[in-house]
Write a protein that binds this ligand. Structure first.
Ligand SMILES: [Zn+2]
Length: 398
């Protein structure tokens, strides 16, 4: 039996860089760090850094063992690779104010705190001042301060600290406990279920029929589906995470085969960096054990900053074996009345009048007014959850 389990383990896709990172301190090491942490300088984390800390410590961001040092940062911004050459597209940094950086020296340890509670210790291996305009241009392809990712970048401190972290206490969470699975846990679950191929689906939206179609087309080809909605910080006008997750619960229960789907939340914050973030999303899902990754239109995009298929094209800038995880590139899906099914322009020859198409804006307007979108666009079970959520947001005025 043990041999069988070991064989199943090795059948899973290797983590990015070859080793699943685990920076959660344990036993005597943890005790010693907790003791030392009391006397260390404290850095209070923002929501985004807290999410990054969780992703680093639990291996979601393998091979990162801490916040990026200057060499990795510069290489990621300019070359979309870590200094080692391994593909990596988004800087994972710890920005602080000048007052915090003042008096810190290399090899100092600092305590990382959230709302006054020390959660982790970091050894300072790098202290540097980034060129944020360059970071914005390269990572976000714009310096426009109205871009939510650029806005967050510009609002953060001017000094970056890099170095390895040790997580001493679990990241406090109020929601989604049942769905908080680490990469080690999802990998064990995939192995237990005997899945060799797993497709991951990233989303920050409620599930409409188009998403369901993409997921099920993908699921026809692989063993399992890992639905992995992002629940970290998003922009204020995105649908709240608990509403989005609720739509998934309802739909998975009624329309998906239970033994072929796993729902887990992705703790990262959204950056809205479009193509570069699509690569980060794929790498993170590879670390969770997924072999395939769905990339739709304008993945991780916002406004008109990125071309519709830029987030798919960027995968061609890397050799497939460098990324390891296979992108499944999908066009916009819709219901076609002439075809009598969900389809895309790749498979449907009919023109627009047959297609049930609604813009995101139009759908939101309908839901706000309490109107059900056509069932070919959104399943009624989902529409009801969204209508209720919008009514609450509007102070119950309907
Ligand atoms: Zn058609």
């Amino acid at each position: 039996m043990a041999e069988l389990v070991a064989e199943a383990d090795t059948a899973l896709i290797p983590p990015h860089g070859g080793k699943l990172v685990d920076r959660v301190a344990k036993g005597a090491e943890r005790e010693a760090l907790l003791e030392r942490a009391r006397k260390l300088k404290r850095i209070e984390l923002g929501e985004r850094n807290l999410a990054d800390l969780e992703c680093i410590a639990t291996g979601v961001y393998s091979p990162l063992e801490g916040f990026m040092n200057e060499a990795d940062y510069a290489s990621v911004v300019e070359e979309m690779r870590l200094a080692s050459g391994l593909p990596w597209t988004i800087p994972i940094t710890l920005p602080v104010d000048e007052e915090v950086a003042e008096g810190l020296s290399l090899d100092d340890e600092v305590a990382l705190a959230w709302q006054g509670q020390v959660l982790a210790v970091m050894r300072v291996a790098s202290i540097y001042r980034p060129d944020k305009a360059e970071e914005a241009r390269k990572v976000y392809r714009t310096e426009d301060p109205r871009h939510p990712g650029v806005a967050a970048l510009l609002a953060s401190g001017p000094v970056y600290l890099g170095g390895p972290v040790w997580l001493l206490k679990p990241i406090p969470h109020e929601k989604f406990h049942a769905y908080r699975l680490t990469p080690a846990e999802t990998r064990a679950e995939f192995a237990r279920r005997g899945w060799k191929t797993v497709v991951a689906f990233q989303t920050r939206n409620p599930i409409h029929r188009a998403h369901e179609y993409l997921q099920k087309v993908a699921l026809e080809m692989v063993d399992g589906l890992f639905v992995n909605p992002l629940v970290g910080t998003t922009k204020a006008d995105d649908v709240p995470a608990e509403v989005r997750v609720h739509t998934y619960e309802v739909i998975l229960e009624k329309y998906y085969p239970k033994d072929r789907v796993l729902l887990g939340v992705f703790p990262a914050a959204m950056r809205y960096a479009g193509p570069r973030e699509a690569i980060l999303h794929a790498i993170a899902r590879k670390n969770y054990g997924a072999t395939h990754f769905i990339v739709g239109r304008d993945h991780a995009g916002v406004g008109d900053y990125y071309g519709t298929y830029d987030a798919q094209k960027i995968f061609d800038e890397f050799a497939p074996e460098e990324l390891g995880i296979t992108p499944l590139k999908f066009e916009h899906a819709f219901y076609c009345r002439a075809c009598g099914q969900m389809t895309t322009s790749k498979t449907c020859p009919h023109d627009g009048e047959h297609r049930v198409h609604l813009s995101g804006t139009k759908v939101r307007e309908m839901l706000r007014r309490g109107e059900m979108p056509p069932p070919e666009f959104t399943r009624p079970e989902v529409a009801r959850i969204l209508i209720e959520a919008y009514q609450k947001l509007n102070g119950g005025s309907g």
